[in-house]
Design a protein around this ligand. Structure first.
Ligand code: SPV
Ligand code: MG
Length: 435
């Protein structure tokens, strides 16, 4: 039974109010007093709506819409808590349940309302030309260099750990941009992209020794940027000569990259996962600090980050050396510290993070759990890690699949046998949206 003074609830996760939202409010008013929820920042990001306005700005924006009796903050994408709190007689929502995430939300709304006889009202989603235009503009805005660049620092504020996936092409960029998991009342997606030197080189059939030049690496960035909006962390290897590094910083900044990570090695760089099996030389603290400072002095924006990567554990120089370097690099201006290890167990990484956090509570910590891959994001958060980079998994997934397809065709003298393991012809021709 509905109350005498029914409450109608709707939740908005938007930076811009358009006709569609006003239509929902108009409909809602017919049923009772309208309460609007504003989805908080950390949930907005999981839902593929990176907020350009802060939560309080969004609250103020919505308060200005006539006919609303109250605006509240909804802290979870799922409706259990908010419904417990305000017990609406109705929840009103557009009927655009177009993807797995939306469908998961719809089921959740129905479940929570069923518990006490509340009702879901679905109204036709307004998708006219002007709404479509606003939608498109919002997406385009997020891909603009000035905005994209700020997104990493904002993500660090918003999310407990910035989940970063390796990308090396437009196609892998699209996977990072669009992959959303929606199961058991849980929705999530990646926050940022890593342009790995290992994968960018491997993709080109080259070794990871700073052989692929910056022009080529910038072209990779550009291809990815053309089809994505998420922030980019660029693997800058050693950063090269300081005199060259400053130019790289300026170029990346201008392109809208959010961060470069440079490692404290010098001379011919080899991939860290070789460890001490190959000859690699660690830079001196003084020289690497000079490089960091030169980069920081060159950058023009406040939001570009230079992150210093410490190779002491990889090169078996010990924990004390790693920590000494971390404080020195931070003092030289590094905006974050990446600590790397190729051990199967995460112990040395966790020890480093714990020790570092005793002294420094704020400088962002970055890790790359390629070999110690049993560690969970939750454990990393507990040890003070802010950015986790899954540095090579997309490329490693693609290679065996492609090799398998090639082998099958060679063996069978036709493509029939492999076909059912492949993306369908229909899916491949419709995979990429046209403008
Ligand atoms: C990369 O992805 O290129 C890295 C991380 O630098 S690692 O390969 O582990 O050195
Ligand atoms: Mg690398």
């Amino acid at each position: 039974m509905k109350s005498d003074n029914p409450i109608v609830y709707t939740c908005f996760c938007t930076d811009t109010i358009h006709e569609g939202h006003l239509n929902i409010i108009d409909e809602a008013k017919k049923y009772g007093n309208v309460i609007v929820g504003v989805l908080c920042d950390s949930e907005m990001v999981k839902y593929n709506r990176f907020p350009l306005k802060t939560t309080s700005e969004r609250v103020e924006m919505i308060k200005k819409i006539p006919g609303i009796s109250e605006v509240v903050i909804q802290n979870n994408m799922m409706y259990d808590d908010i419904v417990d709190k305000i017990r609406p007689d109705y929840i009103i929502h557009g009927d655009n349940w177009s993807n797995d995430a939306m469908i998961a939300i719809k089921h959740n709304i129905i479940d929570v309302l069923n518990k006490y006889g509340g009702e879901l009202i679905e109204i036709p989603y307004t998708f006219n030309e002007s709404v479509q235009k606003i939608d498109k503009q919002m997406k385009e805005k997020l891909s603009m260099p000035e905005i994209r660049r700020t997104r990493l620092k904002r993500s660090l504020d918003i999310t407990p750990i910035v989940k970063t996936i390796e990308v090396h092409s437009g196609l892998t960029g699209l996977i990072a941009e669009k992959t959303i998991v929606a199961e058991n009342g849980y929705i999530d997606q990646f926050d940022a992209m890593w342009i790995s030197s290992l994968c960018d080189s491997t993709e080109k059939g080259k070794p990871d020794i700073e052989l692929v030049d910056m022009t080529s690496r910038f072209r990779t960035i550009n291809e990815i940027m053309e089809v994505t909006t998420k922030p980019i962390i660029f693997d800058g290897d050693t950063g090269g000569m300081t005199e060259h590094f400053v130019y790289t910083v300026r170029s990346l900044e201008r392109m809208g990259v959010s961060a470069i990570i440079i490692e404290d090695k010098i001379g011919l760089k080899k991939n860290s996962l070789f460890g001490t099996e190959v000859k690699q030389t660690q830079d001196s603290i003084e020289h690497f600090c000079e490089k960091i400072s030169a980069g920081k002095n060159t950058q023009l924006s406040d939001d570009f980050m230079i992150i210093a990567r410490i190779e002491s554990l990889i090169l078996e120089q010990g924990m004390d050396d790693a920590l000494k370097r971390a404080y020195a690099y931070r003092d030289a201006g590094a905006d974050g510290i990446m600590i790397h290890s190729r051990k199967k167990e995460p112990n040395e990484i966790l020890e480093f993070c714990d020790e570092f956090r005793k002294v420094d509570k704020t400088t962002p910590l970055v890790v790359v759990p390629s070999s110690y891959n049993t560690i969970t994001e939750k454990e990393l958060i507990e040890h003070g890690v802010n950015i986790v980079i899954y540095a090579n998994q997309l490329l490693r997934a693609a290679f065996p699949a492609m090799q398998n397809a090639a082998l099958s065709i060679l063996k069978n003298h036709r493509a029939h046998e492999i076909d059912e393991e492949l993306l369908s012809i229909k899916d491949i021709i419709t995979l990429i949206d046209e403008l």
